[in-house]
Design a binder for this molecule. Structure first.
Ligand code: PGA
Length: 262
């Protein structure tokens, strides 16, 4: 039904040579392992997308952008448009990451504009939502996450087969070594799934992968993936080493095949 996605968000890490080496290794791994229900995805820096796509061409892996412009084209120095990403052969793009929200002041309205650009270019958005530590401690998690969902998806139609991906990333768990427990994560994923169900109906809600992000690593992935509404990980630090990334792909394959131990 929906895929388990193991997504590496490389952020501003890896140069041309490092990107190439990782992709060659990933290609070798994918030549040996194949499981249709698990999609490996990497999001390298913009300058290296073409090379990553070339090396992974024909392999069952996706390459994503880390961000996109909220405009279609024109005088926006430094920006990259959805159509430009699409012309490379990209399939996915992350939007609304908490680092974009925090350091670049991105609002839900802007993220929604980016989502619409991606949709009109045929790219699948990976929409990030998540609460801060203060918001969690104030008991505002549900309210914050649903406000982000409402803002990002306001009057956005989704069609079967061209859905979005949602990533729940509690800000306090990103890069801090603090992971939400599998129960804490499932609780929010369940809330997001219910929201999707009410908004888009059972068919589309059932097909949308909801990824968890925030200090995911090989040692904690299995337990997270065994939750009913956790359909993968959006992984920063631990996605940078090919050994760890392949170990997490192995874990995902085991979980979908029902033979994971945790
Ligand atoms: P982390 O980052 O895995 O290093 O916590 C996750 C993310 O920001 O997407």
């Amino acid at each position: 039904m929906r895929k388990t996605i193991i997504a590496g968000n490389w952020k501003m890490n890896k140069d041309a040579r490092e990107t190439e080496e990782f992709c060659v290794e990933l290609g070798l791994y994918l030549g040996r392992h194949n499981e249709d229900r698990v999609l490996p995805l990497i999001a390298p820096g913009f300058p290296f997308l073409t090379r990553a796509l070339e090396i992974l061409s024909g392999l069952p892996a996706a390459v994503a952008g880390q961000d996109v412009s909220s405009h279609a084209a024109g005088a926006y120095t430094g920006e990259v448009a959805a159509g430009q990403l699409r012309s490379l052969g990209l399939t996915h793009c992350i939007i609304g990451h908490s680092e974009r929200r925090q350091y670049h002041g991105e609002s839900d309205a802007e993220i929604r504009a980016k989502l619409l650009q991606l949709k009109s270019s045929g790219l699948i958005p990976i929409v990030c939502v998540g609460e801060s530590l203060a918001q969690r401690e104030n008991g505002e998690t549900e309210q914050v996450v649903l406000a982000q969902m409402n803002g990002c998806f306001e009057q956005v139609d989704l069609e079967t087969g061209r859905e979005a991906v949602v990533a729940y990333e509690p800000v306090w768990a990103i890069g801090t070594g603090k992971t939400a427990t599998a129960e804490q994560a499932q609780e929010v994923h369940g809330i997001i799934r219910t929201w999707l169900l009410q908004r888009y109906g059972a068919d589309i809600a059932g097909r949308i992968s909801i990824l968890y992000g925030g200090s995911v690593k090989p040692g904690n992935l299995a337990e997270l993936l065994q939750q009913p509404d956790i359909d993968g990980g959006l992984i920063g630090g631990a996605s940078l080493q090919i050994g760890d990334f392949c170990a997490m792909l192995d874990t995902a394959v085991k979980v979908v095949r029902g033979d994971a131990e945790c």
